[in-house]
Design a protein around this ligand. Structure first.
Ligand code: SF4
Ligand code: SF4
Length: 140
């Protein structure tokens, strides 16, 4: 989830930070504390931040979206700009789109990159899945 501590967990891309972004505290469902998808966590503070920062669960402490950890992901993918949050689980890539952002993921450069990623991970059995308000689309 948001607000990871620099220097812990995976190597972070230099020069990138979460800033006011809270997408990973809003878009995913988080079973540990019964948080449904597309609703702010009950610990989200207005304008960004977490009121349980010091005691946030390990799910939050260990999470970074792909934009924070993958230098091959360009700045077009900054979650505040793209309105999407990406995370990888092995060769699988999951894309969560802000419901209010509609089909932004179909626009350039996003769709082309997602298609290319699906082609690249296919030999490993990977795929790309996009969750948006309108649809669930899988690229294989
Ligand atoms: S979605 Fe990414 S950039 Fe946004 S708060 Fe979470 S880790 Fe930070
Ligand atoms: S506990 Fe804090 S860091 Fe974790 S999802 Fe909620 S607001 Fe985000």
């Amino acid at each position: 989830m948001a607000f990871p501590e620099e220097g812990q967990g995976p190597v972070l891309v230099p020069g990138r930070d979460c800033g006011s972004c809270s997408l990973c505290c809003i878009l995913p469902d988080i079973a540990e504390f019964d948080k449904p998808a597309n609703q702010p966590c009950r610990h989200c503070l207005p304008g960004g931040g977490c009121d349980a920062y010091d005691v946030r669960p390990s799910t939050c402490r260990e999470f970074y979206c792909l934009w924070r950890t993958d230098p091959t992901l360009g700045d077009d993918w900054e979650p505040r700009l793209s309105r999407m949050m990406l995370y990888a689980q092995g060769p699988q890539l999951t894309v969560l789109v802000e419901p209010e952002a509609g089909a932004i993921w179909l626009e350039a450069p996003y769709l082309g990159w997602l298609e290319a990623r699906a082609r690249a991970v296919k030999p490993e059995g990977g795929y790309v899945v996009v969750y948006s308000a309108e649809s669930l689309v899988v690229f294989k």
